[in-house]
Ligand binder design. Structure first.
Ligand code: T46
Length: 185
């Protein structure tokens, strides 16, 4: 597998080794030894799947406390996936990194604990599959506005379909400091 650094230290893209043959293909979607060797040593405790239509944007979401690291990939279609560093005290606070994930490129994106995460669907539909390093905690569920100009994400779509929750998400500057994850060296 290949590990590709992004503009955001800590958020990395993983390209698994794909074994193709006349039947189709096989790849390891996670391998503890290989991921630990790549510095991704978190343990995954929950897996999620969501399916969305073209133009849907889910995000930007995070949990605090109980922050979730996420290893995300796409099993059908294509999405533009974004991680944002929102950890108080981080040298890259407010910075983001984006990557195209698709069923064809098999790419996985590791989004560390304390980052906000979101994606928008650019294909007709997309099935999004991901593992989390902490259990979902509705009381800790939080969000930041997808088009917050202070973050400045260059989304490939302009008028996304959002949930009511995401429509009403606060700007990063309006989030009280104690509601933001803490940067740990
Ligand atoms: C995330 C989650 C949700 N739910 C329930 C809560 C709601 O009744 C329903 C839909 O939740 P929500 O609208 O928050 O789902 P998404 O918009 O896909 O949110 C997710 O998508 C963004 C991109 C993320 O990074 C997070 O994993 C997560 O926030 O599922 C659960 O029961 N367990 C869960 O782990």
């Amino acid at each position: 597998m290949k590990v590709i650094q992004t503009a955001l230290p800590g958020a990395v893209v993983i390209e698994p080794q794909v074994f193709g043959d006349a039947r189709g293909f096989f790849y390891e979607s996670y391998n503890q030894a290989k991921y630990h060797a790549a510095g991704i040593t978190s343990t995954f405790v929950q897996s999620n799947v969501s399916r969305s239509s073209k133009g849907v944007l889910r995000g930007l979401h995070y949990q605090w406390p109980n922050p979730q690291g996420k290893l995300v990939s796409v099993l059908e279609g294509e999405v533009y996936d974004v991680a944002v560093d929102i950890r108080r005290g981080s040298p890259t606070f407010g910075q983001w990194a984006g990557v195209m994930l698709s069923a064809d490129n098999h790419r996985h994106f590791w989004i560390p604990e304390g980052f906000a995460h979101g994606f928008c669907v650019v294909s007709d539909h997309a099935t999004f599959s991901y593992q989390c390093t902490a259990l979902y905690d509705a009381k800790a569920d939080a969000g930041v506005r997808w088009n917050d100009a202070a973050i400045g994400i260059d989304w490939p779509i302009s008028a996304p379909q959002l949930s009511d929750k995401d429509l009403k998400a606060p700007l990063l500057t309006d989030v009280h400091a104690e509601r933001l994850p803490l940067f740990a060296e």
